[in-house]
Write a protein that binds this ligand. Structure first.
Ligand code: ADE
Length: 241
C-alpha cells in the first residue's frame, strides 16, 4: 500500500516511522510520503489560510494552495482514495478500516484551523473517491493525529504487518463485540488469581467463558453495539445471559 500525507506539520507524522509502522515501511509492506503543504504556496509569507467568508472566528485553508498540492500528489496510477480528517466527517469504524486496508493508494489531507475550503473536497470528488472522516466526537487541533490513528488501524490488516495475524482477526469489533479481559503469569498477583477456567485446559469451556465476558462487557460499556447485531449472531447460550 502507498500512503501520502499532506500537512503543514510534516514532523507531526514522525511517529509513523517508529515501531510497527516503521517496521512495515522498512520491510516494503507500506510506502509513506509526507509532503509539506507550504511547498505549494506562492507568496513570501507562505500563507496557507485566510479569513472565512461570512465572518466568524478562525481561519480557513486556501483552495489555491490545496488544489495544486492535491493535483500533484494524487496524479499517477492508480487514482488514490482521498481521506480528509475532520470532526464533521463520517465516523471512522472498523468497517472503514477493512475497506481502506484493501486500497492500493490512500492520500490524507490534514486540515488545521477551521478546516479546508469546501470547494477543495467538492472538486477532488469529481475525479476520485473522497471521504471526510472523524475519529471521534471531540475536536483535535488538526488532522495529523487522526491520520496517525487511521494509518495504524489500517496497517494492522496489511499482509505481513502483524507477527500473528490472528491478533487482528480476534480483537475487539471483529465479531461486533468488545474483547473481554486477558491474563498472563504469575498465576496470583497481589492476591488476585487468574480465573480458574483459563487454567482448566478445557477449550470449549474457555471459549464459552470468553464469549460470556465479551457479551457482558459490551452490554455494560457499549449496549448500542449489541442492539446493532442481527439475531443470527447470538447462540442459545448467549440469549440465556
Ligand atoms: N480534526 C479535528 N478533530 C478531528 C476528529 N475528531 N477527527 C478527525 N479529524 C479531526
Amino acid at each position: 500500500m502507498r500512503i501520502d500525507v499532506l500537512t503543514i506539520f510534516p514532523e507531526y507524522l514522525a511517529p509513523m516511522r517508529a515501531a510497527l509502522l516503521g517496521r512495515a515501511i522498512d520491510r516494503g509492506l507500506l510506502s509513506l510520503d509526507v509532503h509539506d503543504l507550504r511547498n505549494w504556496t506562492h507568496d513570501v509569507h507562505r500563507a496557507v489560510d485566510d479569513s472565512p467568508y461570512g465572518g466568524g472566528p478562525g481561519m480557513v485553508m486556501k483552495p489555491d494552495v490545496w488544489g495544486p498540492a492535491l493535483d500533484e500528489v494524487c496524479a499517477g496510477d492508480p487514482t488514490p482514495r482521498l481521506v480528509v480528517p475532520t470532526p464533521a466527517g463520517r465516523p471512522f469504524t472498523q468497517e472503514l478500516v477493512h475497506e481502506y486496508a484493501t486500497e492500493q493508494r490512500l492520500v490524507f489531507a490534514c486540515g488545521r484551523y477551521e478546516g479546508i475550503d469546501q470547494r477543495v473536497v467538492d472538486d477532488a470528488a469529481t475525479r476520485m473517491r473522497v471521504d471526510e472522516v472523524s475519529i471521534g466526537d471531540y475536536v483535535l487541533v488538526g488532522g495529523e493525529v487522526a491520520v496517525l490513528v487511521m494509518v495504524e488501524a489500517v496497517a494492522r490488516f496489511l499482509p505481513g504487518v502483524l507477527g500473528n495475524p490472528a491478533s487482528a482477526a480476534q480483537d475487539s469489533f471483529s465479531d461486533g463485540l468488545l474483547e473481554g479481559p486477558s491474563y498472563t503469569r504469575p498465576e496470583v498477583w497481589r492476591e488476585r488469581p487468574v480465573p480458574d477456567v483459563l487454567r482448566s485446559g478445557n477449550h470449549a469451556l474457555i471459549d464459552r467463558w470468553r464469549r460470556d465476558q465479551s457479551l457482558e462487557r459490551t452490554l455494560r460499556r457499549r449496549p448500542e453495539l449489541l442492539d446493532a447485531l442481527p439475531d443470527s449472531s447470538f447462540d442459545k447460550h448467549d440469549r440465556a445471559l
